[in-house]
Design a protein around this ligand. Structure first.
Ligand SMILES: C[S@@+](CC[C@H](N)C(=O)[O-])C[C@H]1O[C@@H](n2cnc3c(N)ncnc32)[C@H](O)[C@@H]1O
Length: 216
């Protein structure tokens, strides 16, 4: 299922921003609370971004962060990111598998990912988080921001380990099955309290998103 998800986003890269409405002023306006939250949280920080996609969020976070290493499994998404008008003196792009993080020359002072954590299979969450944390200095802040479920988001379909499954299709009609685990607040607190005693969960209903921010 992970391979299918990676394949899906590889082929969706060229129309990802448009399909999300990220080319549309009213969508960008609706995301301002999330954008401001990320910008304020990460002022002057050296950040590792996981699963950056075509860097919609990166372009805004880069305005206040010291630097961002924006990473994604799919080169196709980074090609799209390159086309953006981003301050490239602060942002570098690198193709990296979130489940196989390399050892970086320097530790980061923060990390974030938007619309990523819900795609992490239950069986990979713990190792992914431990590996991510090992790339960060102590007292680093981490934010995962994901979509709130809409009226038709929950399919009732699950795989053998309990991951919630959704069907997604590309403009050419190809259909993919992907993991999309919508976390409740209680599940989130249960999962992250092992790693942090400083956790904040925030809802952004107008942006149809929520975020967990914690310190390690
Ligand atoms: C829902 S998109 C989010 C993209 C971006 N964060 C955004 O919100 O615009 C999920 C991203 O995860 C990336 N991805 C999938 N599997 C990955 C992996 N194993 N490691 C890193 N990135 C991965 C996909 O290529 C895709 O860009």
């Amino acid at each position: 299922m992970i391979n299918e998800m990676q394949e899906y986003y590889k082929h969706r890269a060229t129309n990802y921003d448009v399909s999300m409405g990220y080319d549309n002023e009213s969508t960008i306006y609706s995301q301002q609370p999330v954008i401001r939250y990320l910008q304020e949280s990460f002022k002057d920080q050296s950040l590792l971004e996981i699963a950056c996609g075509p860097c919609f969020w990166t372009q805004f976070v880069a305005k206040t962060a010291k630097s961002i290493l924006a990473t994604d499994y799919n080169e196709t998404t980074l090609v799209e990111a390159h086309k953006k008008n981003i301050d490239w003196s602060r942002v570098s792009l690198k193709q990296i598998d979130a489940y196989n993080l390399p050892s970086f020359p320097q530790k980061f002072t923060g990390a974030f990912a938007v619309d990523w954590f819900a795609h992490v299979p239950l069986s990979k969450r713990h190792k992914f988080l431990s590996n991510l944390h090992s790339c960060l200095v102590s007292n680093s802040e981490i934010i995962f921001c994901d979509q709130l479920p809409g009226n038709n988001s929950l399919t009732g379909n699950y795989d053998h380990e309990g991951n919630h499954l959704q069907k997604r299709s590309l403009p050419d009609g190809t259909i993919f099955t992907i993991i999309k685990n919508y976390l409740t607040e209680n599940e989130t607190l249960r999962l992250f309290k092992e790693f942090s005693s400083n956790i904040e969960i925030k809802q952004f209903p107008e942006s149809k998103r929520w975020a967990i921010r914690y310190k390690i």
